[in-house]
Design a protein around this ligand. Structure first.
Ligand SMILES: [Zn+2]
Length: 239
């Protein structure tokens, strides 16, 4: 089982860990703790490097498998052994840009729900770019400009972002969380991690976010598209 350091400190970008096991065929190792985000919830995995026994392995693929995080080791150096000490370093520019983008996506869906009552049906992101699908009957240029102005106003409010862990029962009492499909969480999960943009948005979320919306930067809506009668896609970029 890998302890997920990024869940409690999204700004941690260097860490020490030990190898729990080595999957030789896949050139992957499982660590007892990690700051690498393995991907999920629309946020891609982190890149970086792991140094073990004086060898630095590039890491460009990280994946969650049940309670473990698999780090795929690039290069062709011999694999380390279970028990070895590792030092991990994230590609911080990529991660921080993903944090800004992920928070921007929450600002967007919080604003659109508040102003138009439209729910999100899907989304995806890469560093400084994202797309989000909403239950909107019509979307037009004028409305897009209106949304863009509203999200940038929220960013400029310098809203704090709070991450918490709540017991499942408590989380299920919060109407905002139910709207974001918390009921889809697997039965076995005893605690729910929540990400709140204070005064704007509250979601069950496993991703990494900035501390304050003032770290996001300017959000531009670059395009929009109809993806069906009640499904409209909005594309954003962060400056
Ligand atoms: Zn999210």
């Amino acid at each position: 089982m890998t302890e997920l350091l990024y869940q409690t400190d999204s700004y941690l970008h260097e860490f020490e860990a030990n190898v729990l096991s080595v999957l030789a065929d896949e050139r992957a190792i499982i660590l007892d703790r990690t700051a690498f985000y393995p991907g999920g919830g629309g946020q891609p995995c982190d890149f970086g490097s792991l140094t073990l026994g004086g060898v630095m392995y590039p890491v460009q693929k990280v994946k969650k498998l049940a309670d473990d995080v698999l780090h795929f080791l690039g290069g062709d150096a011999p694999l380390p052994f279970a028990g070895a000490a590792a030092r991990g370093t994230l590609d911080w520019v990529r991660r921080h840009n993903l944090m800004r983008t992920h928070t921007a996506m929450h600002v967007l869906c919080g604003t659109v729900f508040r102003d138009y009552g439209a729910l999100v049906t899907g989304g995806d992101m890469e560093p400084l770019k994202g797309r989000m699908d909403f239950e909107f009957a019509t979307m037009r240029g004028e409305l897009v400009r209106e949304i863009e102005a509203a999200v940038n106003k929220e960013v400029a409010q310098a809203r704090e972002i709070r991450v918490k862990r709540l017991p499942r029962e408590e989380a299920f009492q919060i109407p905002d969380l139910i709207r974001t499909k918390i009921n889809l969480l697997p039965e076995g999960i005893a605690q729910v991690r929540t990400v709140e943009i204070v005064g704007l948005d509250l979601q069950a979320d496993g991703g990494t976010h900035v501390r304050n919306t003032n770290e996001v930067g300017k959000i531009r809506i670059t395009d929009y598209k109809s993806k069906g009668a009640i499904n409209k896609r909005i594309y954003i970029e962060i400056e």
